[in-house]
Ligand binder design. Structure first.
Ligand code: PMP
Length: 397
């Protein structure tokens, strides 16, 4: 028996979402996530994953996971502080620190709970957080878990950040003040202005926090956005995911030894949630080894991104101000954008529509994320499909 008031609440809200066209029907994939995916009996070109380097299906990661599975079993058994931590988790963390050029690192079960963990372990009542208005949901939720005052600044607007930092510092109301930003913004593919952010942080004594979920493995020869700008010793919290370019799942913080020691005794997902399964950790280590030894995959990724972006531009599409392999194809009108994505899907290209309220009204776009694993033939096929759908839908696109 369900509570009648719960059922009414759920039915009304689900109906409202469906009527507004905001209810997301999730596609079921028959098989893994690669440059193509199988949905039903159709094979589609996949431009919707964050598997930037194609590592999610890489044989080397699979072998590493298999070996760990046989040696360590399926589950980690407990929280690391309760039942001891496996050597694999320690190895992953020391490799992450090396990869990010920091003293130490701590790994979490996902990028999402990593942000929940890290922000709330350090920020508290009497503090303030300056947060870019386009920061990821996990940052927003991480901030909400603290009793700190959250002040949003306009997206990548350094004059606004400076004003907010100055006002907050000079008010004398706050103890610690943190500035927090995505390294690469996932809707437009633009890069945070880290050199300016660091300058402002130095001027007003701000703690610096960069969530580089989309830059790690992609920018800075793989080491990420902070390395791209040569700022490894200037950022207090370097956050990354193991779920995107690394191809597996997980999140981490890299930084000073004292910070990592503190997170190990204060961050709640570390203290109260079972550790990542060992096979997953082994696959992450194998991915990091690949990234440390070669930049071939990054080169392929960037070549593919340039190829797709040029192709779309030549077809007359606007790709906004992306600086990374996240390539929005801006259609504008919400209904038209949804229709465009649906037609692409019918014609064999899986590229999701992103519309209001995820992005501002009138800036609906199809978000394309080519990977290192796409072949030129696949990208050509995707471009030919874009061209066909554009003709089919007609003027205004
Ligand atoms: N931060 C950012 C900026 C992200 O885009 C995402 C994933 N969409 C996350 C954190 C969460 O990472 P994960 O998928 O590993 O939980």
């Amino acid at each position: 028996m369900s509570s009648p008031s719960l059922l009414t609440y759920l039915r009304n809200n689900l109906e409202e979402l469906k009527q507004k066209g905001l209810y997301n029907e999730i596609q079921v994939l028959q098989g893994g996530n690669g440059p193509t995916i199988r949905i039903g009996d159709r094979e589609l070109i996949n431009l919707s994953s964050n598997n930037y380097l194609g590592l999610a299906g890489d044989e080397r990661l699979i072998r590493a996971a298999e070996q760990a599975l046989h040696k360590y079993g399926v589950g980690a058994g407990a929280v690391r502080t309760i039942n001891g931590t496996m050597d694999l988790h320690e190895e992953l963390e020391s490799k992450l620190a090396k990869f990010k050029q920091t003293e130490a690192a701590i790994a979490y079960q996902s990028g999402f709970n990593c942000n929940m963990a890290a922000i709330s372990a350090v920020m508290e009542a009497g503090d303030a957080i300056l947060s870019d208005e386009l920061n990821h949901a996990s940052i927003i939720d991480g901030c909400r878990l603290t009793k700190a005052k959250v002040i949003r600044y306009k997206h990548s607007d350094m004059a606004d950040l400076e004003l907010q930092a100055k006002t907050a510092r000079e008010s004398g109301q706050y103890n610690k003040i943190m500035v927090i930003t995505d390294g690469v913004f996932s809707m437009d593919g633009d890069i945070a202005k880290l050199p300016e952010i660091v300058e402002i942080a130095e001027r007003y004594d701000l703690i610096t926090y960069v969530d580089d979920a989309h830059g790690s493995g992609v920018l800075g020869k793989g080491a990420g956005t902070v390395k791209h700008f040569g700022l490894s010793d200037k950022i207090d919290f370097q956050i990354g995911t193991l779920s995107k370019a690394i191809g597996v799942v997980g999140g981490y913080v890299a930084g000073r030894r004292e910070l990592i020691d503190w997170l190990k005794v204060r961050s709640r997902p570390f203290l109260f949630s079972t550790a990542t399964p060992p096979a997953i950790v082994a696959a992450c280590i194998a991915a990091l080894d690949i990234l440390t030894n070669s930049t071939d995959l990054q080169e392929k990724l960037w070549n593919n991104a340039a190829y797709l972006r040029n192709g779309l531009t030549q077809l007359g599409f606007q790709t906004g101000h992306t600086e990374t392999p996240i390539i929005p194809c801006i259609i504008g009108d919400e209904v038209l954008t949804q229709r465009f994505s649906k037609e692409l899907f019918e014609a064999g290209v899986y590229a999701k529509a992103i519309v209001f309220p995820t992005v501002p009204k009138g800036t609906g776009r199809i978000r394309n994320m080519p990977t290192a694993a796409h072949t030129t033939e696949m990208l050509d096929q995707a471009l030919a499909t874009y061209e066909r759908v554009k003709k089919q839908i007609g003027a205004g696109v």
